[in-house]
Design a protein around this ligand. Structure first.
Ligand code: GAR
Length: 217
C-alpha cells in the first residue's frame, strides 16, 4: 500500500476526491498526513472528518523558503511518506524540497500544460480564444508547472463560459484524474524518460475532439 502525504492551502476538493477513492477501494493508498500552510484551509476539516492526521506550518513561523521546506520534508519523512501530493498547495517549492523527493511529488494544475502555467489560468484560457482547456497531473521538478506530464483531461471552452463556469467543469475532471495518476504510480506503472512519462499497460483513447462540433457529421 502506498503511503501519501497531501499538501493543501484551500478548499480541498481534490483531497476529498483522493479520500473518497481510497474509501471506495479504488485506490490502494493511505494518507499519513495532510500538511497546510493555511490554518483556515477547509481541507484540514475534511482530513479531520476522516481521521487523518493534520499539520500546519505557517509562513510566519518560517519566513525563509528553505527553512519552511526543510521542516515540511521532516514532517513528511516522519510520516513515512512515499509520494507527496500537492492538491491546491499555493506555495512554490524550493530545490530543497524537490530534491528530497525526486520524481515522488505530483501536482495538479487547472490547464492543459504547457499552456497557461501559473495563476488565474481559467481567465487566461478564455481570453486566449482557445477552444479547449483542461487539467494536468504532472511530476514536480524545479520549475513552476514544468515537470513531466502524467495524465490530462481536455475540457471544451464554450462561448458563454466565464472563468467560474470553466473552473467548475475543469474541477470535476481534476477529481477523476488525480486519483488515477496516484493509482498508476502506486502500481509502479510510471517511468520517466526525459520529459515523457511512459505508462505500462496504459489505455490510450481512440478518436479526436472537435470544438465546436462539425454540424453535418
Ligand atoms: C485546483 O483547481 C487545483 O488545480 C489548483 O487549485 C485548486 C485547488 O482546489 N491548483 C493550482 O492552481 C496550482 N497551481 P481544491 O483545494 O478544491 O482541491
Amino acid at each position: 500500500m502506498l503511503t501519501i502525504g497531501v499538501l493543501v492551502s484551500g478548499s480541498g476538493t481534490n483531497l476529498q476526491s483522493i479520500i473518497d477513492s481510497i474509501e471506495a477501494g479504488c485506490l490502494d493508498a493511505r494518507i499519513s498526513v495532510v500538511l497546510s500552510d493555511n490554518p483556515q484551509a477547509h481541507a484540514l476539516k475534511r482530513a479531520e472528518e476522516h481521521g487523518i492526521k493534520t499539520c500546519v506550518i505557517t509562513k510566519k513561523e518560517l519566513p525563509k523558503r528553505e527553512d519552511y521546506d526543510r521542516r515540511a520534508v521532516e514532517v513528511l519523512n516522519a510520516h513515512g511518506v512515499e509520494l507527496v501530493v500537492l492538491a491546491g498547495f499555493m506555495r512554490i517549492l524550493s530545490p530543497v524540497f524537490v530534491r528530497a523527493f525526486p520524481l515522488r511529488i505530483m501536482n495538479i494544475h487547472p490547464s492543459l500544460l504547457p499552456a497557461f502555467p501559473g495563476l488565474d489560468v481559467h481567465r487566461k484560457a478564455i481570453e486566449s480564444g482557445a477552444r479547449f482547456s483542461g487539467c494536468t497531473v504532472h511530476f514536480v521538478d524545479e520549475g513552476v508547472d514544468t515537470g513531466p506530464i502524467i495524465i490530462q483531461a481536455v475540457v471544451p471552452i464554450r462561448d458563454d463560459d466565464t472563468p467560474e463556469t470553466l473552473r467548475q467543469r475543469i474541477l470535476t475532471e481534476e477529481h477523476r484524474i488525480y486519483p488515477e495518476a496516484i493509482r498508476l504510480f502506486g502500481e509502479g506503472r510510471l517511468t520517466v524518460e526525459g520529459r515523457r512519462v511512459r505508462i505500462r499497460e496504459g489505455r490510450f483513447p481512440e478518436g479526436v475532439l472537435v470544438n465546436p462540433a462539425i454540424e453535418d457529421e
